[in-house]
Design a protein around this ligand. Structure first.
Ligand SMILES: NC(=O)c1ccc[n+]([C@@H]2O[C@H](COP(=O)([O-])OP(=O)(O)OC[C@H]3O[C@@H](n4cnc5c(N)ncnc54)[C@H](OP(=O)(O)O)[C@@H]3O)[C@@H](O)[C@H]2O)c1
Length: 303
């Protein structure tokens, strides 16, 4: 399998990349999308040494910049003729203040959602060429709401609200994609929202303020966290399972409990068709990219 992981330099993305690289006789190829070349090279080396898998490559992209996303898309298309999987994972977590992106957006909205919207749409053609059945796994959590009147959270900002809005946006996006693909004659891609059942001990612990770190460390002592490797092992089957099993999960928000995949109840606000269309339209406007618009148009037009 050839799988692209966004945010594979730390946390959940790194856990998934490592487990995939080490599994099935090192047969899987991993592409890590990351913002720092230096950190990316270090992680690539670490994974190679640990798993003996040589097929780990990098795509450099800072998701706070749509111009970087555009370059990354071109880079991926120039090097790959297909992709089997995409892990939509990279995310900004704790932030002390709202640092608007160069594109004038809320950083959580752009990094965690919008840049991934543009990336995913532009990689669908590669996923459609997957010999094993392309799949996109979204790292999401339940809840959250879209602040329609203040999407960029200029008037009322909080990092948690920013994370949650992006989570809701990612779920709206995957449901829309699933709907569009289910209407296609050659229904072939799956779009799965996965919520990790336990909190993962990630790089976030190094970013949060000291008092929060003390609480987290205490909770860790009580077994409230799992490691990034454990996270990778839980998520691994989603990337390699048979296409028919993957398609059964498409369009759903799922988790893994008591040794099985469980579907979670999705919010009515996220299932609202008007909200799906509204966010889709706004996202295309914000990307302001001709190619992305054409891809969206072709998905909407009947075959
Ligand atoms: N931890 C959990 O328990 C948990 C649970 C559910 C969902 N999540 C979600 O999972 C995702 C990953 O979180 P994590 O806990 O694994 O955090 P993490 O350890 O901080 O990892 C975040 C990853 O995203 C990358 N990233 C951040 N900003 C970026 C940007 N502008 N451009 C490109 N890459 C960027 C980071 O790159 P660098 O290495 O360069 O910083 C890193 O690889 C987030 O969306 C989070 O909300 C986490």
């Amino acid at each position: 399998m050839k799988i692209l992981v966004t945010g594979g330099t730390n946390g959940m993305g790194k856990g998934v990349a490592e487990v995939l690289a080490g599994a099935d006789n090192q047969s899987h190829e991993i592409i890590i999308l990351c913002r720092s070349k230096q950190l990316g090279e270090k992680v690539r080396e670490e994974i190679k040494v640990k798993t003996l898998n040589e097929k780990v490559s990098l795509v450099i992209c800072d998701l706070t910049k749509l111009s970087d996303v555009k370059n990354a898309i071109n880079d991926i298309h120039s090097k790959h003729t297909y992709l089997d999987g995409l892990f939509i994972n990279a995310g900004l977590g704790y932030a002390a203040e709202r640092v608007e992106t160069e594109d004038g957006m809320d950083p959580h909205f752009q990094v965690n959602y919008l840049s991934h919207f543009m990336l995913t749409l532009n990689l669908l053609s590669l996923l459609e060429k997957s010999p094993t059945g392309g799949r996109v796994i979204f790292n999401v959590t339940e809840g959250g709401k879209i602040n329609w009147d203040d999407l960029q959270m200029e008037n009322d900002w909080g990092y948690e609200a920013g994370i949650k809005q992006a989570m809701a946006a990612k779920r709206l996006f995957l449901i829309k994609l699933d709907e569009l693909y289910k209407n296609k004659k050659n229904y072939c891609l799956s779009f799965i929202g996965f919520q990790i059942p336990k909190t993962v001990w990630t790089n976030q612990v190094n970013i949060i303020p000291a008092p929060m770190r003390i609480i987290a460390t205490t909770m860790k002592a009580f077994g409230r966290f799992i490691t990034i490797e454990e996270c990778g092992k839980i998520m691994f089957p989603l990337f390699v399972e048979d296409q028919k099993d993957s398609l059964k999960k498409s369009g759903k928000l799922i988790t893994f409990k008591n040794n099985e995949w469980k579907e979670m109840k999705e919010d009515m606000t996220v299932l609202n068709p008007d909200a799906l269309d509204k966010l889709w339209k706004i996202s295309l406007e914000l990307c302001a990219d001709e190619e992305t618009n054409q891809i969206a148009q072709s998905l909407l037009s009947p075959e």
